[in-house]
Design a protein around this ligand. Structure first.
Ligand SMILES: C[S@@+](CC[C@H](N)C(=O)[O-])C[C@H]1O[C@@H](n2cnc3c(N)ncnc32)[C@H](O)[C@@H]1O
Length: 254
């Protein structure tokens, strides 16, 4: 099992380090622009985590954790966090940040021009609570156990078989536990065969959207507590960005 090619590249590492740890000045150095879309990996937790449903000594799982920022943010509230990603490079970088707290890298400006930067885990986060490992969100190791929080941030529309990943969730979430699932619903044949898409197609001439399929798959086991529209900004280079609005849903395990 390996991650789709892009997530193993130098470009992806730099883009995701900036996406997860970049400052406003590095990411959006203009007086204008969608500043409310910055800090997405932090906001997936600060805006979505239901603190009322969180027990003391909570265990959390971040599936498709990339370079780790949301996993570190979960450690503000949970005593044990596991981050899993299929990209060996992302996991190597996340482990470096876990061990050292910071690392230097270079992000794209224009063509071959780059700027140096330091990615830093925010001080005050107990990095010892976090563990990163390489793995497949569609085939988690059997002895992983159950969790109080499972985060799937922008993951499902990058999986070959998102239904298989979602089918495993009931066994992975403790009663009263929560699933935070965000997705920009960017279904692409490159990652997911159209027969496996959760939305974005017609069935019997009726449009099928991702939220409808999520409800069909998850509501037998979970109660949909909240839906949010969560903007995010992915910087490709100094003058090129992807601005997206993820559909965020929070599900409570019955
Ligand atoms: C669009 S990125 C989102 C990363 C991160 N959650 C975020 O919000 O910034 C998708 C992530 O899923 C990972 N991924 C892709 N297929 C995977 C799989 N089968 N199992 C685990 N992670 C996977 C990629 O390596 C990448 O880190």
């Amino acid at each position: 099992m390996s991650a789709p090619g892009f997530y193993e590249t130098e470009q992806a590492v730099a883009e995701y380090l900036l996406f997860h740890y970049g400052t406003r000045e590095q990411t959006l150095p203009w007086a204008f622009g969608p500043a409310d879309a910055l800090d997405y990996p932090r906001r997936c937790i600060s805006e979505c985590l239901d603190l009322e449903h969180l027990p003391a000594q909570a265990r959390a799982l971040d599936l498709g954790c990339a370079v780790g920022r949301s996993a570190f943010e979960l450690a503000r509230h949970c005593t044990s966090v596991i981050g899993i990603d299929a990209s060996t490079r992302f996991i190597a970088v996340a482990r470096q940040l876990q061990t050292h707290g910071s690392m230097t890298y270079a992000y794209a400006e224009e063509g071959r021009l780059t700027s140096p930067a330091t990615a830093q885990v925010p001080p005050g986060i107990d990095r010892q609570r976090v563990h990163f490992e390489h793995g497949d969100a569609q085939a988690l190791r059997a002895d992983l156990g159950a969790f109080d929080v499972v985060l799937l941030a922008n993951l499902v529309d990058r999986l070959p078989d998102p239904r298989r990943c979602l089918a495993a969730l009931p066994a992975r979430v403790r009663p009263g536990g929560q699933v935070i699932l965000t997705t920009p619903c960017t279904w692409l044949e490159h990652y997911t065969s159209p027969t496996q898409w959760l939305g974005g197609y017609h069935q019997d001439e009726r449009p099928v959207r991702t939220l409808e399929t999520l409800r069909t798959l998850l509501e037998p086991h979970f109660t949909l507590a909240r839906t949010l529209d969560l903007p995010f900004l992915l910087r490709e280079h100094a003058r090129k960005y992807q601005w997206s609005v993820a559909l965020a849903t929070v599900w409570i395990r019955r």
